[in-house]
Design a binder for this molecule. Structure first.
Ligand code: ADP
Ligand code: MG
Length: 408
């Protein structure tokens, strides 16, 4: 099935419908509206992590090299439909200019209106401008047609390269592309979908999923979907506490979702029914506060009343790392402990390192998990590091992403 398009969702007859790739869109001399995810962390007016801007560079450079007149658009933070000066995209525009090696990337005063129209109208082939924060207008989150129409006025071609926003039915990713005939997926979006599609298709086995993080409730959808696909489900983080509590363990002052105990028990039962190895911690590292540095190692019955389980223990770590290293396919979402405190980062680091040396196909998603592997300097050692936490989970659940569907 060699094609240059992405064979993605299916139509009503169950046929595979292609989405155009950026490489198949006519760019030269055209105004290209490209939705990117420049929702970057800021410290005042400084971008503290430019990963998302870098991730969009291949698409941006391709469009400029092909002689497109590039109009970039993004959201930043949660301005709630109003102009919030602290959430201006100015720092992102500056960082992009540095990365592109150009003196300046013009930022419009607003994403719609006369100012933006003039900037876009003045663009010449191979030039770029960035629209101000889309979420300064309530129409963006409301998926408003009239707002989308104003944006559509700038675009001969529409490209979505904002995987991190693809699970939202917002105007710039959903209503807008439907208004433009020449539309397609940017290189980042294409890469993200290709990696996750590989996980959703025939995988090399054993297929090991490692799930952690704060809450079972955030990830129950993906847990249930993975139970039908994986050979082993490895659970860590605060999420593991809820599973251990469901088995009757006392976890002291640990983060446990009491209202999810029945759900955890049903996951344990389903895993058994489906022959999935469900791995839970056999030892833990505990502390009396989030700042604690003692990180005492205890067995499952050793968590004191005032203590919190904040990381998996060394014995668990070895078992988890071994599973991960032997995986034919490994998907990881959610840290194994309170990794922000180095005393409780051992489990997360062990999984991250095991995955880096695993010869199988390895994918990691999730904002905090990705931050942890970047902190460990391991990001380049995985087959794919997703830029979209929520979007990657929804896609793994088998849900349709509004930003992808709109490109059909
Ligand atoms: P991701 O962003 O990778 O999807 P989550 O947002 O679900 O991950 O969870 C990450 C958070 O969970 C981190 O802030 C981490 O400190 C916290 N966490 C993990 N394990 C524990 C634990 N045992 N107790 C308290 N917090 C934990
Ligand atoms: Mg998170």
């Amino acid at each position: 099935m060699a094609h240059r398009f992405l064979a993605r969702p299916t139509d009503s007859k169950g046929e595979s419908v292609p989405i155009r790739s950026l490489k198949d869109l006519p760019i030269a001399g055209r105004r290209v509206f490209c939705r990117v995810d420049f929702n970057v962390p800021l410290d005042g007016t400084t971008v503290t992590d430019d990963t998302r801007i870098r991730a969009a560079l291949p698409t941006i450079e391709h469009i400029l090299e092909e002689g497109g007149r590039l109009v970039l658009a993004s959201h930043l933070g949660r301005p709630k439909g109003k102009r919030v000066p602290e959430l201006s995209l100015e720092p992102a525009a500056q960082r992009l200019a540095e990365l592109l090696g150009v003196g300046e990337v013009v930022l419009t005063d607003d994403c719609v209106g006369d100012g933006a129209r003039k900037v876009v109208g003045d663009l010449r082939d191979g030039q770029v401008a960035l629209l101000e924060n889309l979420r300064f207008h309530p129409g963006e989150k409301a998926n408003d047609e009239a707002f989308a129409k104003q944006l559509a006025a700038y675009a001969d071609v529409y490209v979505n390269d904002a995987f991190g926003a693809a699970h939202r039915a917002h105007a710039s990713v959903n209503a807008l592309p439907k208004m433009i005939g020449l539309r397609g997926a940017g290189l980042l979006l294409e890469k993200e979908l290709a990696a996750l599609d590989k996980l959703r298709g025939e995988v090399q086995r054993p297929y090991v999923a490692v799930l952690g993080g704060a809450k079972v409730s955030d990830k129950i959808g993906v847990i249930e979907a993975l139970l039908s696909r994986v050979n082993a489900l490895v659970i860590g983080g605060a999420m593991a506490n809820t599973f251990l509590a469901a088995q009757g363990r006392s976890l002291g002052a640990s983060l446990v979702e009491d209202e999810k105990l029945a759900l955890a028990r049903s996951v344990i039962a389903k895993a058994e029914e489906k022959g999935v190895d469900l791995l839970l911690p056999t030892d833990l590292r505990v502390g009396e506060s989030l700042e604690d540095t003692s990180a005492e190692v205890v067995g499952l019955d050793g968590v004191g009343g005032a203590q919190m389980a904040l990381d998996i223990g060394p014995e668990t770590e070895k078992v988890y790392a071994d599973r991960v290293r032997k995986g034919g396919t490994v998907f990881w979402n959610g840290p194994m402990g309170l990794f922000e405190n180095p005393a409780f980062a051992h489990g997360t680091t062990a999984v991250a390192e095991a995955m880096a040396t695993c010869p199988g196909f390895t994918v990691v998603g999730g904002g905090d998990s990705v931050a942890a592997i970047q902190q460990a300097g391991l990001a380049s050692r995985y087959d794919h590091v997703s830029t979209g936490g929520g979007a990657s989970l929804e896609y793994m659940e088998g849900k349709k992403l509004p930003g992808v569907e709109a490109l059909l």
